[in-house]
Design a protein around this ligand. Structure first.
Ligand SMILES: [Fe+2]
Length: 320
């Protein structure tokens, strides 16, 4: 039976459905339609799995469905068995509502955050890194998947990586093995060659998800991709540009002070020249919002920076 179901945008009018089964023979098939228990369409996708020391993951399925109508309720079932799920596609134009919360973890506080989000009529969840706080204990990725399923199976969750996704052990385990296996994002759809950075368009917004934990200097693949992505933005069609990454660039908190400086030096000029409106970060377990800023100063053409890393994880809040 399908567990840990979550969905994400996968190019125009398409959605990726991701889920896990313990049955290795379960098909990567999604049946879906606009009325309950009556599926007019079927898509078959791909699957993967991974090992991490003694842990072997279940079969992780990723199946893209569509083309889908905008702002429409769909009913779907994964792998030809188990319960039916519902999702709503985002609207094609304003107004659109984003829920933004990073550094979630899986505590009672996380549940409280998710309950608050659930009470909002939001279209898309944006997560600027630090999801499960599994911290090498792989079964905690499974419990996180179950915790977020009620929300993440109903609205697209668009995520980028934080330090807690890395989980590398020199000479033994690569970085981001679990994260990349489980939380596949539309990087191929946005001409990126890495799941660690990508972009997507939704309802008048071009959203760019950057990676704080992969190379970002001028000669890096990420920088090159970003430089190629920005000129493609059509401000008539998507007048807003928003950017998410994990480590904040404008941070007055004592926690993680200065950690974003190198990435900011490398990438802020490019994003400023493109007229980015808002940048969201996590990492610091607090809320902070800047004026419009650029190059460390107030600037009427700069972006507003918002840190929203108080999602509820077990490490607690950054008070200073
Ligand atoms: Fe973090």
């Amino acid at each position: 039976m399908a567990i840990q179901v979550h969905i994400s945008l996968a190019g125009a009018k398409h959605m990726r459905i991701s889920w896990v089964t313990s049955d290795k023979h379960s098909p990567s098939v999604v049946d879906y339609g606009t009325s309950p228990n009556n599926y007019s369409s079927t898509s078959e996708g791909e699957y993967t799995s991974y090992r991490y020391f003694m842990y072997t993951s279940g079969k992780i399925h990723h199946t893209v469905i569509g083309p889908l109508e905008d702002d429409t309720l769909y009913f779907y079932r994964c792998g030809r068995e188990g319960p039916e799920f519902q999702l709503k596609t985002p609207p094609s134009q304003f107004p659109v509502t984003f829920a933004v919360a990073g550094d979630l973890g899986q505590t009672e506080w996380t549940k409280s955050t998710l309950d608050h989000i659930d009470q909002c009529k939001y279209d898309i969840h944006l997560l600027p890194g630090d999801l499960s706080y599994a911290d090498y204990l792989q079964h905690k990725w499974d419990t996180f998947g179950e915790l977020v399923q009620p929300l993440a199976s109903a609205r697209p969750w668009m995520v980028t990586q934080g330090n807690h996704e890395k989980e590398n052990i020199p000479f033994l385990e690569d970085s981001f093995v679990s994260y990349n296996s489980r939380w596949k994002m539309p990087y191929e759809e946005s001409q990126s060659d890495s799941n660690l950075y990508y972009s997507f368009d939704v309802a008048g917004v071009h959203a760019i998800m950057l990676g704080s934990y992969t190379d970002y200097d001028k000669y890096s693949d990420q920088y090159r991709w970003l430089k190629a992505d920005l000129p493609k933005v059509d401000r008539e069609r998507t007048p807003w540009i928003i950017v998410l990454f994990h480590v904040p660039w404008y941070n007055s908190n004592e926690a993680h002070q200065g950690e974003g400086d190198d990435m900011m030096a490398a990438m802020e000029p490019l994003l400023h020249a493109a007229g980015v409106d808002v940048m969201f970060a996590g990492h610091v377990h607090a809320y902070e919002r800047s004026k419009r800023v650029f190059n460390g100063r107030s600037d009427p053409c700069g972006a507003v920076h918002i840190t929203i890393g108080d999602g509820g994880n077990s490490e607690g809040l950054a008070h200073k």
